[in-house]
Design a protein. Structure first.
Ligand code: NAD
Length: 255
């Protein structure tokens, strides 16, 4: 990845940060986008930088076209290209906290918020990434969907539909851009240990991990960040894999 440009949304925490560190270790120019103010993510940015390469940070709400368009204009004018993109920013069923709600309990605002960040955010970022990658006739995009976008979990609100949308967007973008040598794939993680999203979930139900491992995940263990990182790096470098959804879920999708 020496000198290549990698854009990562939600790159200051959890899965995004773990991928950013791996890219930095591979001497990439890492560009992180997140909704947080720089002061809040400075520690993470410095940590990623300590592994090598270079790191830039742009505050950006991925659900706002005005924000996304402005930030991508800055990225292109600074680096002139985008080689890899990891569209990973996302929120849980109730925005920040995990509050389990059925479809009839969901408010219009909750539905809109989750769809706007998780699905529209991926479309908007891809729109600007693809415009640049088409000019280059080369590029590799990985979107973060979820096992929840393949197998619907009752009372997960709009989360499942939003991630099913990410899988659909991935397939559509892969088809529309194959003639430009652009690969578009997505990952579908099951529950991954140690991210804010999964911590919020286990703070609502402390027994959740035990229940998942005993009854839901065939391999009987939670996923870890390094397993997700390996899958993203594999898809980044794929030359003949596009439109794929890669499950990192201990076999949940076949149960
Ligand atoms: P996380 O909360 O650490 O990461 C989410 C990131 O998205 C944060 O950095 C946050 O600042 C950013 N973000 C949120 N809203 C944004 C917005 N409007 N604009 C820009 N950035 C925004 O949790 P994570 O687990 O690392 O989640 C990363 C992705 O992985 C999410 O899409 C999530 O749905 C998905 N996922 C996580 C798990 C899991 O078990 N952790 C499982 C399946 C899928």
């Amino acid at each position: 990845m020496n000198g290549k440009v990698v854009v990562i949304t939600g790159g200051s925490t959890g899965i995004g940060k773990a991928v950013a560190i791996e890219c930095a270790k591979n001497q990439a120019n890492v560009v992180i986008l997140s909704i947080e103010d720089y002061e809040k993510v400075e520690g993470a940015v410095r940590e990623i930088e300590s592994y090598g390469g270079s790191v830039s940070y742009y505050k950006c709400d991925v659900s706002s076209e005005e924000n996304v368009s402005e930030v991508f204009t800055k990225i292109i004018s600074k680096y002139g290209r985008i080689d890899y993109a990891f569209n990973n920013a996302g929120i849980g069923p109730d925005g920040v906290r995990m509050q389990y709600k059925s479809l009839i309990e969901l408010s219009e605002g909750e539905w809109d918020k989750v769809l706007e960040v998780n699905m529209k955010g991926v479309w908007l970022c891809m729109k600007y990434e693809l415009m640049q990658m088409r000019k280059q006739k080369d590029g590799s995009i990985v979107n973060t969907a979820s096992i929840g976008g393949y197998k619907m979990a009752p009372e997960f609100g709009a989360y499942g539909p939003s991630k099913a949308g990410v899988i659909a967007l991935t397939e559509l973008a892969a088809l529309e851009n194959s003639e430009y040598n652009i690969k578009v794939n997505c990952i579908c993680p099951g529950p991954i240990k140690g991210t804010e999203l999964s911590k919020n979930s286990s703070s609502v139900n402390p027994d959740e991990e035990k229940i998942l491992c005993e009854h839901v995940i065939p391999l009987k263990k939670m996923g870890v960040l390094s397993e997700v990182v390996n899958s993203v790096m594999f898809l980044f470098e794929s030359t003949h894999t596009t439109g794929q959804k890669l499950f990192i879920d201990g076999g949940m999708h076949i149960k």
